[in-house]
Design a protein around this ligand. Structure first.
Ligand code: ATP
Length: 237
């Protein structure tokens, strides 16, 4: 393996006495799509929030592009190219679509409109409706806006927390198509999903979390082909 763009070693996250993440390690190759899967409460969001700088880890080390970023806050990481699409989208409903996108570009100093225009090329639905309040969009469109807002920052790595949550199957297909396009354009993707089968089909590499620990990992196709893993962690389709 060449030097990973992102690596996490022995990560620990605690909420008071609750140890949500208990020594998780994983590595992400530049340009790859890595997924963290596992049941509700397995610790996936805690891992991704620690990596994006939203949560302070209790222990371990996070390295991004060769630099230790274990305690670097989220706003600094965005400027360096590590950006999260948060769980639940976190769209500002009363602001327009354009204003929501501008928030993704606050750190770019002057180049914002160019990156927003590039994102509109990829999401014509958002371009057409740029002056409307974001709250007027459907759930699926709001998810696209959340992804678009992250892309405005021209990230090297996008972290996505449950982007398919609460969406109708047809919209989930669309979200996964966009995720695969992002990866095809050269951006590295770390995807947290409860929709494990779907995520593993899209991913190069997968990590299965249970009770704050990695219980299986490997090439995604290998995890999907392992009957014991499918039965124990991926559930019925
Ligand atoms: P989900 O899919 O439900 O988001 P998850 O795999 O992302 O699950 P986490 O949200 O990281 O898991 O939660 C891991 C554990 O930490 C769970 O036991 C959860 O109850 C606990 N936890 C998460 N956030 C907090 C918090 N703010 N305070 C206390 N405990 C928390």
């Amino acid at each position: 393996m060449s030097t990973p763009i992102l690596s996490v070693e022995d990560l620990r996250v605690s909420y008071g006495r609750v140890e949500a993440v208990r020594g998780v390690s994983f590595a992400v190759e530049q340009g790859s799509l890595v997924t963290l899967v596992g049941a509700n409460g397995a610790g996936k969001s805690s891992v991704i929030n620690a990596v994006s700088g939203l949560l302070r880890p209790a222990g371990g080390r996070i390295t991004f592009q060769g630099r230790d970023v274990t305690r670097t806050p989220a706003h600094k990481l965005v400027g360096r190219g590590l950006v999260q699409v948060p769980e639940g989208r976190q769209i500002l409903a009363t602001l327009t679509i354009e204003e929501n996108l501008q928030m993704g570009a606050w750190h770019t100093r002057g180049t914002a409109q160019r990156s927003i225009d590039a994102v509109y090329d990829r999401f014509p639905v958002l371009a057409e409706r740029r002056a409307l309040p974001a709250g007027a969009l459907s759930g699926g469109e709001q998810q696209m806006l959340a992804i678009a807002r992250a892309l405005v920052a021209a990230p090297a790595v996008v972290l996505m927390d449950e982007p398919s949550m609460g969406l109708a199957p047809k919209i989930v297909d669309e979200v996964f198509r966009v995720i695969e396009e992002i990866r095809a354009s050269g951006t590295t993707v770390v995807l947290v999903e409860q929709n494990a089968r779907r995520a593993l089909r899209a991913a190069d590499h997968g990590y299965v979390l249970q009770s704050g620990e990695v219980v299986h990992s490997g090439p995604a196709a290998g995890l999907l082909a392992d009957e014991r893993i499918v039965q124990a962690y991926l559930g019925i389709e």
